[in-house]
Design a protein around this ligand. Structure first.
Ligand code: MG
Length: 297
């Protein structure tokens, strides 16, 4: 099932609606009235065993509306920071090391353990919302197309073998990065967490829709120019390894998102770097999970 959060009128301050999307038909069905007041995609995921059958039965009876007639928002905002993984595709490790941004390491060596950091929830924005350039705060705005794993059943000490039992589904993440802040402050939180620097969606896609997540292609374009393209199977640390590593001592919660890392082709990978500027359009897409299209303003 593809779940969305949307607004009927993009200019309205009205409460967001929850929908189920038929992407092939280009339609969305508004399921908000089926849910408890105030409940959103996060609450559905938290009690999915109950909601999946309710939505499967009742959604088809609802009148669809054209998907392009509504404004899609981030499908969900997790309860806490988004877990992110750095340097998790070989070619990206090399370009990052060469760029000199990986101070003080400046290393093209593959990481021995997953590099885990986080993005503030206030950075989350929608799949077609504007990305703020933050002039005066950063002058080196970069993109990172990534597969986002959405946790369903939480837990601590999750084994590799049991990892996919805890995956609710997937979404598209653009781990937008202020490279100068990432470099200057050593720790990555500031450089990764500026407001609007985490476009999510368009959909939260339940795992049963994806036959083999490792075959999905992660891609990005800037102003229509292809920048990144790699399959999820190229991950250095795969999804079970990431879940086992993070949950070893931290309880994962329903609705947590793990951004699994970005392939080669980010702006700092070029010489000279190709940073995004006001007016640019960044698109990020993953097979079966939809496409984002955000303007830099
Ligand atoms: Mg990243």
């Amino acid at each position: 099932m593809k779940l969305v959060t949307f607004s009927i009128d993009p200019s309205a301050e009205a409460a967001p609606r929850v929908g189920v999307v038929d992407a092939d038909a280009g339609e969305v069905r508004d399921v908000t009235e089926l849910l408890p007041p105030g409940a959103g995609v996060l609450e559905l995921i938290g009690d999915w065993a109950a909601w999946e059958s309710v939505l499967a039965e009742r959604t088809p009876k609802l009148v669809p509306q054209p998907l392009d007639s509504v404004r899609l928002r981030a499908p969900l905002t997790p309860r806490r920071n988004i877990f992110c993984v750095g340097k998790n595709y070989r070619e990206h490790v090399a370009e990052f090391g060469r760029s000199g941004y990986d101070q003080p390491d400046r290393s093209e060596a593959l990481p021995e353990y997953p590099v885990v950091f986080s993005k503030a929830t206030t950075s989350v924005t929608g799949p077609v919302d504007d990305i703020l350039a933050h002039p005066g705060v950063t002058a080196e705005l970069d993109y990172e197309a990534e597969l986002g794993v959405i946790i369903g059943t939480g837990g601590r000490g999750i084994s590799r073998e049991a990892a996919f039992d805890h995956v609710w589904g997937y979404t598209v993440v653009d781990d937008v990065t202020a490279r100068d802040l990432q470099r200057n402050h050593k720790q990555w939180l500031l450089g990764k967490s500026l407001d609007t620097h985490c476009p999510l969606g368009p959909y939260a896609v339940s795992a049963d829709e994806i036959d083999d997540v490792t075959t999905l292609q992660v891609e990005s374009w800037v102003n229509g120019e292809p920048r990144q393209s790699a399959p999820v199977k190229d991950l250095i640390f795969d999804i079970p390894e990431l879940i086992a590593t993070i949950s070893a001592g931290i309880t994962l919660l329903p609705g947590d998102i793990i951004a699994t890392g970005t392939p080669a082709g980010v702006g700092i990978g070029y010489d000279p770097p190709k940073f995004m500027i006001t007016g640019d359009v960044i698109e990020v897409a993953i097979t079966g999970l939809g496409r984002q299209r955000n303007h830099i303003v």
